[in-house]
Design a protein around this ligand. Structure first.
Ligand code: G2I
Length: 458
């Protein structure tokens, strides 16, 4: 049984860097054959253990907790991702309309950066924890306030956030599988896709997630969300991930993993975003089963627990976390660590890269496009892969059919117009190790690019 009350993201830069360096390292080992990797020693922290399979392990925290040395010692030792429990929510970041406050969020991001952690962003829009002024808005005024909020907040943290919970808890509990009534819902059923398109424009590098609770198994609510995600993917609405909060009681649905897998099969990442489990004889076992489920799903990219110590928790009377109030590791901690250590090396079930072209010999690079298009528009994601030696920069040439125009680009510099557009690397993604890859994207009107793009390395 899922346990939740009334209401209800971690990392962009780090895991990709990790995957790049893993790929480069693997290619180096394969090409030189000089080093035989030793059997993996068990990692001794949650973050390091999760990183063995390319995943993150995170915790919710608050910037005012950084002065609590016991909390912060555990946080820095064990976790490689953090999320703001409250400080990036609408009421915290925009207390007055168009009056923004990023103090807490900035402190969190600075802490993450100083300690090599990635950041999940939680949450851009939600029916709860709205500032009073937003609660009193409706219709077009609320819709405009929502898009302004997303643009300003995601824009402020642009490039710093691994994954954003763009929309939180928009589906109703109970058997209907429909949307929750809220002031946002009453602005029109398209409010969620508008939120995702606005977030993509504001921070094209962040993974954009839908996040909810009581979705920890195949049920009416998770199926309603599943249908929305499938529709979004079919129509090119930019969604990259689904968060499963997993505020759990003393049982776990038998189809927990199957539910994650069916979402992953839609072509989105899945993440466990707010895990906590009521204390009881099953606590360690449920934590272990959730961890193993994530490890068994190739596109489950990370787990976040909703707090560090039991005494930090919003459910503190249920002692639902991995450390007790004195900062001691609980049995649940050991079960999670053991589960994470049971998988070594990059995720064995990660699907093969979408490019089918083998890396060219003699240096150079290749590029492949994946396209999301709908009637009149498209979003193209381009993967650039270095050949068998490192490169310092790249340019990808893309052919566009007549009537197609590029209206926005991320992670690359576009030039040219008409039938051909060149996309050159930007400062942070030109250097690729042998076999390494990076992605950029562009959106536009018309039917999207045609043919295979050409890649030139420098
Ligand atoms: O409700 C548990 C979580 C469900 N999913 C979304 C999460 O954002 C949500 O987190 C909780 C925080 O753990 C609580 O700390 O969200 C609550 C608000 O709905 C947070 O509680 C609020 C208190 O209700 C407020 O009185 C307080 O001002 O925290 C605020 C800041 O400390």
């Amino acid at each position: 049984m899922n346990r939740r009350s009334t209401d209800g993201r971690g990392p962009a830069i780090r895991p990709r860097v990790l995957l790049l360096s893993l790929a480069a390292g693997t290619a180096l080992l394969a090409s030189t054959m000089l080093v035989v990797p030793a059997a993996n020693a068990a990692a001794s922290t949650l973050g390091a253990a999760a990183a063995q399979s390319g995943r993150y392990f995170g915790a919710a925290t608050s910037s005012f907790m950084f002065s609590n040395s016991q909390h912060t010692t555990i946080l820095n030792r064990e976790f490689n991702s953090i999320v703001a429990e409250n400080e990036m929510k609408w009421d915290a970041t925009e207390p007055q309309q168009n009056g923004f406050n990023f103090t807490g969020g900035d402190r969190l991001v600075a802490h993450a950066r100083a300690n090599g952690m990635s950041v999940r962003g939680h949450a851009l829009v939600w029916h709860a924890q709205q500032p009073g002024w937003a609660q009193n808005l409706s219709g077009t005024a609320l819709r405009n306030a929502m898009t302004n909020h997303i643009t300003r907040v995601a824009g402020h943290f642009r490039g710093q956030i691994h994954s954003w919970d763009v929309v939180n808890e928009a589906f109703a509990d109970g058997g209907g599988g429909g949307r929750r009534d809220s002031n946002l819902q009453r602005t029109g059923n398209d409010w969620i896709e508008v939120a995702f398109r606005t977030a993509r424009a504001a921070d094209p590098g962040a993974k954009l997630c839908y996040n909810d609770y009581n979705t920890d198994g195949i049920n009416a609510k998770s199926t309603g969300i599943y249908n929305m995600v499938r529709d979004f993917k079919a129509r090119g609405v930019p969604i990259d991930c689904v968060g499963f909060q997993s505020h759990l009681g003393t049982t776990l649905a038998g189809d927990y993993q199957a539910n994650l897998q069916r979402f992953a099969d839609l072509g989105v990442d899945v993440q466990i975003t707010e895990l906590d489990v009521a204390q009881g004889s099953n606590q360690a076992s449920i934590y272990e089963r959730v961890t193993r489920a994530c490890l068994a799903v190739a596109r489950c990219t990370g787990i976040t627990v909703w707090g560090v110590r039991d005494s930090d928790s919003w459910r503190r009377n249920e002692n639902p976390l991995l450390f007790d109030a004195n900062g001691n590791k609980k049995a649940a901690y050991q079960s999670v660590l053991n589960a994470l250590n049971s998988v070594s090396g990059p995720n064995p079930t990660t699907p093969p890269p979408t490019t089918t072209a083998p890396p060219p010999t003699g240096g150079g690079c290749t590029a492949s496009v994946s396209l999301n298009s709908w009637n009149g528009g498209f979003v193209a994601t381009v993967k650039v892969t270095a050949g068998n030696s490192a490169i310092r920069g790249w340019t990808v040439r893309v052919a566009l059919p007549g009537g197609t125009a590029v209206t926005g680009t991320w992670n690359a510099q576009a030039s040219g117009s008409g039938g051909t557009v060149n996309f050159a690397n930007v400062s942070y993604n030109g250097q690729l190790g042998a076999g390494g890859n990076t992605e950029f994207g562009f959106q536009g009107t018309g039917t999207g690019p045609s043919g295979t793009p050409t890649c030139t390395a420098s």
